[in-house]
Structures are given as structure tokens and as C-alpha cells.
Design a protein around this ligand. Structure first.
Ligand code: HC1
Ligand code: SF4
Length: 574
């Protein structure tokens, strides 16, 4: 242990602890802009400078390690003046449009200026991070991610998360030095022309509004307000947990009922559960897997519910496309069933004759789901996709007291019923565990096997595996970089029968559309909540979903039937 003094307080910390973390342990707040837990600290924003006795210049607390006997000050007048000047420099190059900015209220620069009442601005300077052209300064070409370089504060977090530290995509990097330093895409082209997989991790770490999800919530609100169409919303498994954080509830709080009540207050006519379609996905994908095993073809099967992963395969390894399950993701399946199934036909003669269809919105923890909803072969299933963060904006905008709402909300029937297996889709390993539970049933071995597969769970590096008697060995890649590492060695072709890949670390619960959090344990807290919902569920295997069974009996026939293929399967672009 190391003992030091910060602002006159004695603090004991482990060796290797940064001054920023040491201060946090002592309850002392040091402002930051370019720091993000888990990413390397580059100390470019200089907000966290602190004075250390015996050191000539202030040092950045984020990347200075605590040393035995350090005497540190975080609150001197000189430091306050320095931080103010730093903020003024950033503001002088920043547009003054907070009122209509998508991250209004969640912007770290705005929070600092507000907290400190740094009211004087320096004279306006040329916009920050000048782009090669006006067109590139505001890039709305991606269906999922919007960039506005005039808001960039050059913290570097986007390049870090997109690069080797996490996603390993290296779509964004930094060009030039000094005044002209700015984040650019490879060859400085619009995002839509790059190999961006739309994972949205860059939007999650951006402290300002320079990188955001392509916003759909304004259009959704306008449609709901007009009330001309029958509206349907579906909610992803991960959203019902993480949205609690947006409203000050303890991370890991399950808010399913509150969320349903909030969606009704916003004006949705029907509130359904994406989990219903996750159970349906398992019926289709599990059957597809067993057929491929029987036919000994196109194995291993890769899961296809993560659109970031599907994008990556299409962009980087089209040779793997035959291995991707043709089963649509739960989001798209749900939309297809809601628009073209018995539910829609019962809405009235125009719906039955195909002249009208309900307006379908999904709420997802994911930015790539926006891109997925526009894919050839599935576009039209879902009209708008909201991230968890966007839904929180809508709820706040209408003054709905989310935290005070009752947890008694219930999904509508029949597209709202689900099992615990569907709920765990939201965590890395969950899709595979859900598939194992039902595949074991199809193979008649489920009673000899555990229901819970610990080996497939958790937010850890490397490939997670489990061997299922009668099925084979299955694998889980936690994050796109982990899949890329696995593919470097050809052994995956022989070692596994099925492989789950989720592009974001932690799975959907760590998705690019989730609430921004500086809690280093946030993924574990969200995962614990997801598994607790499964543990308490009365039915925990997808084939036990009575409404899914009824759907097969009344409309689809059997899993992988021609009707099921028409509604619930897709194809990929080579
Ligand atoms: Fe997911 Fe899925 S689990 S992809 O992570 O298969 O986004 O939560 O909704 O579609 O069910 C996301 C989550 C989500 C789909 C399901
Ligand atoms: Fe990189 Fe993902 Fe952002 Fe695209 S969405 S730029 S791949 S972090």
C-alpha cells in the first residue's frame, strides 16, 4: 500500500493507482474531459492537472501514479485559472448550440462550464478540428452514427475505442498536429464509405456531441403526437436494465414495468417485448443449427443477431457469409410478425388486406440496429429504432417521472410473452446459452444437462466454450476484437459447431446506444441484473413460450418451414 495526502487528507491506495483514482477513493472530485475508465489515459484535455509538492509543473492526475509520501493539491487558484482558460479555449472553437444539441444535459464540456460558471468566452476562433471540407465537418452519411467535427474537443477517445484498445476497427484516427489536429476516417472519407460497423462505441465515449447516434426520437415523437397510425413499440432485453441509470436509479436495477408504463405515457398503443422474438429466434436458429449438423454443412454456424458483427463479416470476410445463420435478428423478426402476422390483420380490414400497417418502433441498446433496420431483405420490418439514450431523452422531454413510476407495467399480448432464455440474449454468451437450452431439448438430452452454463457467461477476454453432449462444442466471442483474434487461427473451423459473436464487449448490455457511464464495473452490474431476471422467470427455455408455440400452430407451421423462412429469415450481401 501507498500512503499520500490529497488536499490535506490521508489516502491509502494500492501501488499502481493513478492520482485520479486515489482522489476518487478519498471522495475528492477532479474534473476530466478526455478520461474514460478502461481506456489508456492520454492527458490531452489537461483538466485534471494537480499540483504535487516538489514538482515544478502541474501533472495530469489521470496518468500520474500515486507515490509514497506525495502531497497533492487539486483545488488551488492557479489550477482553477488554468482549467478556466482551457475551457475558454475549447468554447472559443465550439458552436454555441447547446439548446438543440443531442447531448444537451449529458455533455461533459457543458457540465464543466455550468458547474464552474465560466461565463466569459474568448473571441470566436475558427471551428475546432477543421475538416477537409464542409461536407465532412458534419457527416450524416451513416444510418447509425452522426459526426459533427465542429463540436470535437480532440480528446482522442473515439480513436482509442475504435482502435486497438477495444474494437480493433481503426476507422477513426488522428491527422495533423497542433491547431489542425483532428480526428479523421481512413482517407478522410464520409463514414458510410469506411469499414465502420456501426457499433457506436465511439458515441458512448465521446464526452460532447461530436459523435452521436443518428437520432430518430424527434420523428417518433411527432408520429406519436399526431396519433394517425396504430403504434407498436418493442423493447430489447438490455434496455430495461440500463435505462434505470439515466434516471438516477442504482445500476443493475430492473425497470421493465416502469419502462412499459413510460412507453404508454408517451403514447404507444401497444407495448411488446423483443424477448418474444428472441424466443422465436432460438426456435429458428436452433433448428437451423441441428439441420446443419445433420447435413454436415456450413459449420460452424455463426449467430446473426448482432448487426455490428454481420456488418463486419460483410465488409471484411465475405467468405464467412455461408456460416452466418439466415435467421433474422429478434428486432427484425418482431417487426415482421407485428406488421404482417395475425396481430396486424386483426387491427381492421385495411390491415387485413395489406393496405395499412402499424407503425413499429424498437428500443435498442445498439446503434447498429438503426443500420440493420434499413438492410436489404429486412427493411420495412421496423420503422424507427431508438437507442436507450434516445428513449431517455424522450421521457425527459415529456417530463415523465421515470423513477417514480410503478414497476407494475405489463407487456401487451400476444407479442409480449417471453422466457428467461430470451432475457439473457442481452449479455455476452446469452444467445448461445439460450440456444443450448432448446437444442438440448430438441436432441432429447436436456434432463441430463444443467440449465445454466457458467462457462459461456462473463465479460472476459478470449473465447468462451462449452461442450454439449449430442450437439457439440459451442463458442462465444465477447466483442469483435475477440472474434478477429479467433479467426486468425483456422482451428475454429473444426473446433466448434456454433459460435456466438457480439460486436460490443459484454454483449448488448455494453452496446453503443446504452447510457454513458464512468463506472468501471457497469457491465458486470448490468449482467448480474439480466441473469437475475432469468433466474426468477417461471419458464427458462425458449420452446416453453406458449405464445411462440401458438404462433407456430396458427401461422408458421414448424420451425424453418417455408412460411417461417419467408417471414423470419434473410440473406447477406457478398
Ligand atoms: Fe440485443 Fe437482440 S439481444 S441483439 O443484444 O438478439 O440490440 O438487448 O434486442 O434483435 O432480443 C440488441 C439486446 C436485442 C435483437 C434480442
Ligand atoms: Fe469505430 Fe464503431 Fe465508431 Fe464505427 S461506430 S467509427 S466502428 S467505434
Amino acid at each position: 500500500m501507498i500512503t499520500l495526502t490529497i488536499n490535506g487528507r490521508h489516502v491509502e491506495v494500492d501501488e499502481g493507482t493513478s492520482l485520479l483514482d486515489a482522489a476518487k477513493l478519498a471522495g475528492i472530485h477532479i474534473p476530466t474531459l478526455c478520461y474514460y475508465p478502461g481506456l489508456p489515459a492520454h492527458a490531452v484535455c489537461r483538466m485534471c492537472l494537480v499540483e504535487i509538492e516538489g514538482s515544478h509543473n502541474p501533472q495530469p492526475a489521470c496518468r500520474t501514479l500515486a507515490k509514497e509520501g506525495d502531497v497533492v493539491a487539486t483545488d488551488t487558484e492557479a489550477l482553477a485559472a488554468f482549467r478556466k482558460a482551457d475551457a475558454q479555449w475549447l468554447l472559443a472553437r465550439h458552436p454555441n448550440d447547446c439548446m438543440r444539441c443531442e447531448v444537451n444535459g449529458a455533455c461533459q464540456l457543458q457540465r464543466l462550464v455550468h458547474e464552474n460558471q465560466w461565463e466569459e468566452r474568448w473571441p470566436k476562433m475558427p471551428a475546432g478540428a477543421p475538416a477537409a471540407s464542409e461536407e465532412l465537418a458534419t457527416d450524416h452519411t451513416s444510418p447509425s452514427i452522426w459526426r459533427d467535427l465542429s463540436k470535437c474537443i480532440e480528446c482522442g477517445l473515439c480513436a482509442e475505442v475504435c482502435g486497438d484498445s477495444v474494437q480493433n476497427q481503426n476507422v477513426i484516427g488522428f491527422a495533423n498536429r497542433g491547431f489542425d489536429r483532428r480526428p479523421v476516417t481512413v482517407f478522410d472519407v464520409p463514414l458510410s464509405q469506411t469499414n465502420c460497423i456501426s457499433c457506436g462505441q465511439c458515441t458512448l465515449v465521446c464526452p460532447v456531441g461530436a459523435l452521436i447516434e443518428a437520432p430518430h426520437w424527434h420523428a417518433v415523437l411527432r408520429t406519436l403526437d399526431a396519433h394517425r397510425r396504430v403504434s407498436v413499440v418493442q423493447v430489447a432485453p438490455a434496455t430495461r436494465i440500463a435505462i434505470s441509470e439515466e434516471f438516477g436509479l442504482e445500476p443493475g436495477t430492473v425497470s421493465t414495468g416502469r419502462l412499459i408504463n413510460a412507453l404508454r405515457l408517451l403514447g404507444f398503443d401497444y407495448v411488446f417485448d423483443t424477448n418474444f422474438a428472441a424466443d422465436l429466434t432460438i426456435m429458428e436458429e436452433g433448428t437451423e443449427l441441428l439441420s446443419r449438423i445433420e447435413a454436415r454443412t456450413e459449420l460452424p454456424l455463426f449467430t446473426s443477431c448482432c448487426p455490428g458483427w454481420v456488418n463486419w463479416v460483410e465488409l471484411n470476410r465475405p467468405d464467412l457469409l455461408p456460416h452466418l445463420s439466415t435467421t433474422k435478428s429478434p428486432q427484425q423478426m418482431h417487426g415482421a410478425i407485428a406488421k404482417r402476422g395475425r396481430f396486424a390483420r386483426a387491427l381492421g380490414p385495411d390491415f387485413a388486406e395489406g393496405k395499412a400497417e402499424p407503425y413499429v418502433v424498437s428500443v435498442m441498446p445498439c446503434t447498429a440496429k438503426k443500420d440493420e433496420a434499413q438492410r436489404p431483405g429486412v427493411s420495412g420490418d421496423v420503422d424507427h429504432v431508438l437507442t436507450t439514450r434516445e428513449l431517455a431523452r424522450m421521457i425527459r422531454s415529456r417530463g415523465i417521472p421515470f423513477g417514480a413510476l410503478s414497476e407494475d407495467g405489463q407487456f401487451d399480448s400476444p407479442l409480449g410473452e417471453s422466457t428467461g432464455a430470451a432475457q439473457i440474449f442481452g449479455a455476452s454468451g446469452g444467445v448461445m446459452e439460450a440456444m443450448v437450452r432448446t437444442a438440448a431439448h430438441f436432441k432429447g438430452v436436456e434432463h441430463d444437462l444443467p440449465l445454466e452454463w457458467e462457462a459461456l457467461r462473463g465479460v472476459r477476454e478470449g473465447v468462451k466454450t462449452a461442450t454439449i453432449p449430442g450437439v457439440g462444442t459451442v463458442a462465444v466471442c465477447n466483442g469483435i476484437a475477440s472474434a478477429q483474434r479467433m479467426l486468425e487461427d483456422e482451428a475454429w473451423r473444426d473446433d466448434y459447431v456454433a459460435i456466438e459473436v457480439m460486436a460490443c464487449v459484454g454483449g448488448c448490455l455494453g452496446g453503443g446506444g446504452e447510457p454513458k457511464s464512468m463506472d468501471p464495473h457497469i457491465l458486470q452490474k448490468r449482467a448480474k441484473a439480466i441473469y437475475s431476471v432469468d433466474a426468477k422467470a417461471p419458464r427458462r427455455r425458449s420452446y416453453e413460450n406458449a405464445d411462440v408455440q401458438a404462433l407456430y400452430a396458427s401461422e408458421l407451421g414448424a420451425p424453418n418451414s417455408p412460411t417461417a423462412h419467408r417471414l423470419l429469415h434473410t440473406h447477406y450481401a457478398a
